[in-house]
Design a protein around this ligand. Structure first.
Ligand SMILES: Nc1ncnc2c1ncn2[C@@H]1O[C@H](COP(=O)(O)OP(=O)(O)O)[C@@H](O)[C@H]1O
Ligand SMILES: [Mg+2]
Length: 259
């Protein structure tokens, strides 16, 4: 069931964002938005500020200037308790996002539910099992992270990021370190979750196959200019971007899976 009105709903807006670590400026003048139920890709070379941008969007790095607006609320101008409630709408899977090694998968996914909800233990377990099932790991709930392959760990991390039913899932290079088969499997899972649950995705990646497989829209950050230089659908940018570097980035070989 597709609600057409959804596709014009700007769930996340970033306006004129300026980010720095102390005196070291990383990005400035960054503006874009993500539509509800779509997948937005953040692209750009190593060190251009993709992870930094993600941190500012999930409430971890306060901008020097600009706004990050979610459902019409600027997360950086809210009182702490209201900000916490807004941030609860987010799920985050960080680069190399580790599971807790001393807990099995069921416990890993249960923990956010135990901390942030009033559900009783059997409700928590039921929901955690449901999330593991969503990512294809229902048979592994008693396994510990060290017993899993890289792809399974990523999927378990995704299940944990989804524990609290987020409206937006932020993933930082989710397929880093995965072989092409597992990377493709993760892309399929992202597409499935987007379609079936209507989750909005913001995904940092520079893997072309992923970009063309999962993106509805994309933004390109330039590390030298320290800003967002172009945005659009990847296939459009690849052919029509005014910026040679953007076209070159998207032309690094023919992606196997073009949308
Ligand atoms: N905690 C930090 N303190 C100081 N500088 C940082 C920190 N994290 C990242 N940087 C610097 O900020 C720039 C952007 O980093 P990052 O956002 O991690 O890039 P990307 O994710 O695109 O590879 C880089 O020059 C990096 O060295
Ligand atoms: Mg990064």
């Amino acid at each position: 069931m597709t609600d057409l009105s959804q596709k014009t709903d700007k769930i996340l807006r970033v306006n004129n964002l300026q980010l720095a670590y102390g005196d070291y400026e990383v990005l400035k003048g960054v503006s874009f938005h993500a539509l509800r139920g779509e997948c937005l890709i953040v692209m750009g070379g190593s060190g251009c500020g993709k992870s930094t941008l993600l941190k500012s969007m999930v409430g971890l790095l306060e901008p020097l200037d600009g706004e990050v607006t979610v459902d019409s609320q600027n997360i950086w101008s809210l009182d702490v308790d209201v900000q916490e409630a807004v941030l609860r709408k987010f799920g985050v899977l960080f680069q190399g996002g580790a599971l807790w090694g001393s807990m099995n998968l069921l416990e890993n996914v249960s923990l956010p539910l135990e901390i942030y909800t009033d559900l009783n233990p059997s409700e928590v377990e039921g929901l955690a099992r449901y999330k593991l099932n969503l990512v294809g790991l229902s048979g592994y709930s008693e396994f510990y992270p060290a017993q899993l392959s890289g792809g399974m760990k990523k999927r378990a991390g995704l299940a944990r990021a989804m524990a609290l039913d987020p409206d937006i899932l932020f993933l930082d290079e989710p397929s880093a370190g995965l072989d092409p088969v597992n990377s493709h499997r993760l892309d399929n899972l992202i597409n499935e979750l987007k379609e079936s649950l209507g989750i909005t995705f913001v995904v940092v990646t520079h893997e072309l196959a992923s970009i063309f497989d999962i993106a509805d829209y994309s933004i390109f950050l330039d590390g030298k200019k320290k800003t967002l230089v172009d945005q659009g659908k990847p296939a459009d940018l690849r052919e029509n971007s005014k910026f040679e570097e953007v076209r070159a980035f998207l032309h690094r070989g023919i992606p196997a899976l073009e949308k």
